[in-house]
Design a protein around this ligand. Sequence first.
Ligand SMILES: *Cc1c(COP(=O)(O)O)cnc(C)c1O
Length: 387
Amino acid sequence: MSRESVAEQGYFGEYGGSFVPDDLKIVLDRIGNEFHRYKEDPEFLEEYRYYLKEYVGRENPLTFAKNLTEQIGGAKIYLKREDLNHTGAHKINNALGQILLAKRMGAKRIIAETGAGQHGVATATASAMVGLPCTIYMGKVDTERQALNVFRMELLGAEVVAVDKGRGRLKEAVDEAFADLVANQNDTFYLIGSAVGPYPYPEMVKFFQAIISEESKKQILEKEGKLPTAVVACTGGGSNAIGAFANYIEDEKVRLIGVEPAEAPSISEGVSAVFHGYRSLILLDEDGNPKPTNSIAAGLDYQGVGPEHSYLHATGRGEYVTATGQEALEAFQQLSKIEGIIPALESSHAVAHAVKLAKELNKDDVIIVNLSGRGDKDVNQVFDMLK
Ligand SMILES: *Cc1c(COP(=O)(O)O)cnc(C)c1O
């Protein structure tokens, strides 16, 4: 396949692509080619499925939220339980898929970048499982704010590099990871944690997260004998949402609803721009620089969003709404109290919107909420906020 035709595949309408220096593009195109080969390879897929079952604990349930549904008195609400995965969120699905690909490609070390640390922990976990050494780049400021996650990654055998350049945040960590990949391309695989970045990552991350909607579709057909009215998922970089939507995109009647934090509304308020090597809707300030965001949920606190979401928004196939931190905080407490399930603050944004939507719909409507992660990691923060 020529490089041009490979790059074309990285587009979702005008969004996506690969805006990186030529030397990096060659490395990424190779990952793209290998991904396209292995995603059709029955042995590779069998190995991926094996670990999803035996290590991650899939399939996870689609739980009917009976109490919440009765309290609201509208549509039936089901929860897709990514919170029950090993490590407590959906990120492991993707980390595992990419690690197994890296192994097939002969990689001898894994690198990743992380902001709040959740993707770093998922990558360190999957690296430990397959026995590959792993280096995690993290802005120095972030390592100080997330000292416990740094320790967790180190427990899992990863080396955490605190990046002390620029503002010492996620952007600088991304730059360092790309530089490492170019310098060590013969033996290194860069594992990106959301459906963002240059080709082939958005497509690859979607592929490994699509297991969410593959399962939920089968489960809802068993339980309700019909497809859901709507699928609702929180949208940071967009990986849990694209995985929760993937198998319904062709089912035009199923509403696909992404919930952004009102404090980082990339789709609702962003403009088309190139950021971290891809084109998408990005939050910019008046000078055209990435605008600082301030979501209570670390996993949603990002100026960009996966290019396919910008495309689903542009075509009208996806609906994108916002929920405030305050609304998420209320949903966090509501679901904990009424269902005995403490959701991640990220997922709480989706729960907050689902509660609103259920009120507007009828009793024979069905909503699937993707519960992207569990809230144990957020209990300290919520304790401080409520005090
Ligand atoms: C990282 C994270 C998110 C946000 O990432 P997406 O790529 O948008 O899915 C959402 N929920 C949880 C629990 C997370 O850890």
